[in-house]
Design a protein around this ligand. Structure first.
Ligand code: ATP
Ligand code: MG
Length: 335
């Protein structure tokens, strides 16, 4: 098997909390607290979890927009945490991003064709007429009309703008695309179109996606494997099918039942599975971070942080109540 496109090992990112008159470090936000995963060529790994669990922070460290506190990030086997500033520029070409709001990253004074052509010229991939030709191809490939090349970003609808962002990301032939909530601001029908476009492009170019979303329906549409995050840690990692049919972590169970219970009465009882609010990542609970909201927690959960263990081929879970070997224990689920 070839090296994964992306490998993340023991990633930690703590943000300092400054306080007092002298703005001293008085604490830290443990945004990401020891996360490991890999993504293969042509694969989509979904990162899902409630707001503030560290999804975007992982995306930003992978994109090298922020430096990790600890851990390694390997792109095609090369450790990018050690890259010299000069090599960064070439690195950026291999890993592109699609934002929730592509508009914020686009120069409002440039025509759409220029926006998409800019990286091609900057990296010396094409020049002049060649660039125009390539841009026209990209517009066609992402489903934008050729006359859209002369328009400005503000003249596009949300969905078209996202297509424009995809064309720009695609222009430099990246290996990995980090997509952080790329369809969250779009109507559901437009969401499906953009997701389908991303799936088609992945098949065509063998792209790897790190796909961040809090929306399980979106995850189900696009991901091959899904990592469920809770307060800076991955609590469960499995193929989409396994995760949706045999979730093992109580938090995954809770997320799924809150999102999928069809009958409102049932939804009410099931909602009780996740009690209370997410604790602050500045003061995460000791032991298993989820124990304060977990209906199955035992005394041990308050002291011991469960490691992420492979309980079946490709199915990883971090829960003390799940045995190592011997298959998962059925829990007595109420509701
Ligand atoms: N630059 C920063 N300085 C301090 N704290 C930060 C910074 N960026 C993120 N955080 C904190 O780190 C934690 C994780 O944030 P992050 O944006 O990664 O979460 P998220 O899972 O992407 O959430 P959402 O679903 O709302 O986008 C949060 O508590 C956030 O407030
Ligand atoms: Mg985010």
């Amino acid at each position: 098997m070839s090296a994964p496109v992306l490998q993340v090992d023991g990633l930690v990112k703590h943000f300092p909390i400054l306080g007092g008159l002298l703005q001293r470090r008085v604490g830290e936000v443990r945004a990401v607290d020891g996360v490991s995963f890999a993504i293969a060529k042509g694969e989509t790994l979904g990162l899902v979890g409630e707001s503030g669990c560290g999804k975007s922070t992982i995306g930003k460290t992978v994109l090298k927009l922020i430096e990790p506190t600890a851990g390694r990030i390997l792109l095609g086997g090369e450790d990018v945490t050690k890259l010299k500033p000069g090599a960064m520029w070439q690195h950026r070409r291999h890993i592109q991003t699609i934002f929730q709001d592509p508009y914020s990253s686009m120069n409002p004074r440039l025509a759409a064709g220029t926006i998409v052509g800019e990286p091609l010229e900057n990296y010396g991939i094409t020049r002049g007429g060649e660039t125009s030709e390539r841009v026209a191809q990209l517009f066609q490939r992402v489903g934008l009309r050729p006359d859209a090349m002369r328009k400005y970003a503000h003249e596009f609808s949300g969905g078209q703008r996202q297509r424009l962002g995809i064309a720009k990301a695609l222009s430099v032939n990246p290996e990995l695309i980090v997509a952080d909530e790329p369809v969250s601001a779009l109507d559901v029908s437009v969401q499906a179109q953009v997701l389908n476009l991303l799936i088609d492009l992945q098949e065509e170019y063998g792209l790897a996606y790190l796909f961040i979303s809090h929306d399980l329906a979106v995850m189900r549409h696009i991901s091959h494997r899904i990592a469920v995050m809770y307060l800076g840690r991955i609590v469960e990692l499995a193929t989409k099918r396994t995760l949706f049919t045999q979730p093992l972590h109580p938090y995954t169970e809770a997320l799924l039942s809150a999102a999928t219970a069809p009958d409102p009465r049932r939804r009410r009882t099931r909602k009780r599975i996740v009690q209370g609010d997410v604790p602050s990542p500045a003061r995460p609970p000791p032991g298993c971070h989820f124990h304060t909201r977990c209906p199955y927690a035992i005394a041990e959960c308050k002291v011991t942080a469960p490691p992420l263990i492979e309980v079946a081929p490709g199915h990883h879970v971090a829960c003390l109540r799940r045995p190592v070997g011997g298959g998962p224990q059925p829990l007595s689920v109420s509701g």
